[in-house]
Design a protein around this ligand. Structure first.
Ligand code: NAD
Length: 281
């Protein structure tokens, strides 16, 4: 079985992006800029944002974090987004989720200029992705897609099963696989026989949030299995896939941690650079 090393893949992607940033700098005499808005003092969000800032600097991007207390008014955040929308040094804007309850998440997402929406959550980008047009793609499914393509460059005609239908993971993942001419089944909490669906799959992407939901006897021989889940349990962090059982059948499998996770931030950097490149045309 191939253990899909997300750490290594992410390091390779960051190295490629670093070179690209250097080339863009010599061509345009400026570098792509990523601005992250962080509201409140939730520890996981602070850690994510710190890692995003560190990685952005590593590849040579201009990186800025704007922090607000939990009590910040929605209006203040929306005004800041407008300011960043018209700031030419800012290529990508990301508002770290979750937001405090008094701030309307959808309003915030829709305030970001779609051409700077590095998370790919703006309805314009969601629509472009599902229409097969160029768009920013949410970072985690984009990372999964790049890992799958490393294992199997030609996905045409493959049967893919996506477990989970969130806007963050399952739905964009489905679109990416469709674009590659896979036959895609999207499954969710109301799916009647999840095991039977998974058994049909050449590729399974599990993004559910239930520890070790996908078992060894759900996976056909030589399937590629991508585990997006990050679940805290008494035995530490585990994915949505039962690693030991599934590794008996799968052709390739991502570990948790060290699989999809590291690719997410690398893809955020990629999205920022892609937004910059599109703005220079
Ligand atoms: P979500 O809660 O928004 O969506 C979960 C989906 O799973 C829903 O569509 C639901 O219908 C489906 N589901 C629930 N129970 C099910 C069942 N029994 N059978 C089949 N489907 C079921 O979750 P999300 O934001 O997509 O995140 C999913 C997991 O991925 C979580 O563990 C999260 O922590 C993790 N995650 C990882 C990364 C990363 O970088 N690796 C990024 C984001 C999320």
């Amino acid at each position: 079985m191939i253990l899909i090393d997300g750490k290594k893949a992410a390091a390779e992607l960051r190295a490629e992006l670093k070179e690209e940033v250097a080339e863009l700098k010599s061509k345009h005499n400026k570098v792509p800029g990523l601005t992250v808005i962080l509201i409140g003092d939730l520890t996981p969000s602070q850690i994510y944002v710190r890692n995003k800032e560190k990685s952005a600097k590593e590849v040579g991007l201009k990186s800025e974090v704007i922090k607000y207390p939990d009590s910040v008014e929605e209006k203040t955040v929306l005004e800041k987004i407008q300011e960043l929308n018209s700031d030419e040094t800012v290529s990508g804007i990301l508002v770290q989720l979750p937001l405090p309850k008094h701030i309307d998440k959808q309003k915030v997402i829709e305030a970001i200029n779609p051409s700077k929406d590095v998370d790919g959550f703006h309805p314009m980008n969601v629509g472009n992705l599902s229409s097969g047009y160029e768009s920013s793609v949410p970072c985690t499914p984009l990372g999964c897609y790049l890992l799958i393509k490393k294992i199997e460059p030609n996905l045409s005609g493959k049967k893919a099963v996506v477990v989970g239908r969130s806007n963050l993971n399952g739905k964009p993942m489905t679109q990416l696989l469709l674009k590659e001419n896979c036959t895609v089944t999207i499954t969710h909490s109301k799916t009647k026989d999840l095991k039977a669906e998974c058994l049909e799959a050449d590729i399974i992407v599990a993004a559910v949030g239930i520890p070790e939901l996908v078992r060894g006897d759900w996976v056909k021989k030589n399937a590629i299995v991508i585990d997006v889940g990050i679940n805290k349990t008494d035995n530490g962090i585990v994915g949505d896939v039962h690693f030991d059982e599934v590794s008996e059948n799968a052709k390739a499998l991502t570990p948790v941690p060290g699989g999809v996770g590291p690719m997410t931030i690398a893809c955020l950097l990629k999205n920022t650079i892609d937004c910059f490149k599109r703005s220079q045309i």
